[in-house]
Design a protein around this ligand. Structure first.
Ligand code: GLN
Length: 217
């Protein structure tokens, strides 16, 4: 079976473990390099990107995770995890670093105070059978995406009605680039596992092409 790690330094680790298992993968928490080396894919959970960034450095996991991303490890980042995957960040705290890998600029806490949290149904490219209920909790959005980044979802025009954030309409909130997937929202808390299933498929395909490659050597 496909084994997917969930970076377990801070954030909603248990929810992702549950969602991944519901989507058919084996899910394990990752806190050490050794654990990282044993997974076929990795989830960066929601939480607080500034805290996760600090803990990555304290646990000496920052370089190993960056190297793994560079070597083609499939990674899915949700909310704080999306921030961590971004090459560039706006609204970060002083000294905040990201892991990078995804050619996007994210704006942290982009939706502003009134709409710290809201839910909306989003049509997601690559996810069939109707829109995905999407939960945004002090979420970022993608301010700018590079040419190789595939936009999977944007905030629809009429969302967050009454919240006074017309600015949010059209903002990019789900992207994919190669083996990296990121959503500004939290599919792990809704009971709808289609986004995790999409990631499990991506990991399984990557694993297959990897072993195909080894076999052909
Ligand atoms: N605002 C948080 C951050 O900057 C992200 C919130 C979340 O993951 N729900 O990391």
């Amino acid at each position: 079976t496909t084994t997917i790690g969930v970076l377990a330094l801070q954030g909603d680790v248990r929810e992702h473990v549950h969602a991944l298992e519901a989507a058919g993968a084996r899910a394990v928490p990752v806190r050490r390099t050794r654990e990282l080396e044993a997974v076929d894919g990795l989830v960066l959970p929601g939480g607080e990107s500034t805290t996760i960034d600090k803990l990555l450095r304290i646990f000496e996991l920052r370089d190993p995770v960056r190297d793994a991303i560079g070597a083609g490890l499939p990674v899915y980042g949700s909310c704080a995890g999306m921030i961590l995957l971004a090459d560039r960040i706006e609204g970060g705290i002083e000294d905040q670093q990201t892991l990078g890998g995804l050619d996007v600029t994210v704006r942290r806490n982009a939706f502003g105070r009134q709409v710290d949290s809201f839910e909306v149904d989003l049509a997601l490219d690559g996810v069939d059978d109707g829109p995905v209920r999407s939960v945004f909790i002090r979420a970022p959005w993608v301010e700018q995406a590079g040419p190789d980044v595939q936009v999977l979802a944007r905030i629809p025009d009429r969302t967050v009605a009454g919240a006074g954030v017309g600015e949010a309409a059209g903002k990019i909130v789900a992207v994919r680039s190669g083996r990296l997937l990121a959503t500004a929202f939290h599919p792990e808390v809704t009971g709808d596992w289609r986004v995790h299933a999409l990631f499990v498929r991506l990991v399984t395909e990557a694993r297959r092409s990897q072993s195909g490659h080894v076999r052909s050597l």
